[in-house]
Design a protein around this ligand. Structure first.
Ligand SMILES: [Zn+2]
Length: 81
């Protein structure tokens, strides 16, 4: 049994291998963005695809990172207007 690196819960195998392959492929296709969050999302996605973290932690972290990105984008917009 694998345990999640983040919450120490056991990782269930509800995610199909074909979906993991898709996720991994999507992570590799990420543009080489300079954005710190983009890189973190890529790393996070690979961790999930390699079953280092559970789906719950993956989705939780993903939601956090996308929120941070959205807030930063909003601030950039404010600063430029
Ligand atoms: Zn977890």
């Amino acid at each position: 049994m694998r345990t999640c690196f983040m919450c120490k819960d056991t990782i269930d195998n509800t995610v199909s291998n074909s979906r993991l392959r898709e996720i991994k492929k999507a992570a590799k296709d990420f543009p080489g963005s300079k954005k710190e969050e983009m890189n973190q999302i890529k790393v996070l996605t690979l961790k999930f695809a390699n079953k280092k973290i559970c789906e719950y932690c993956y989705l939780k972290e993903m939601a956090f990172l996308t929120t941070v990105m959205r807030i930063k984008a909003m601030k950039d917009k404010e600063a430029s207007s």
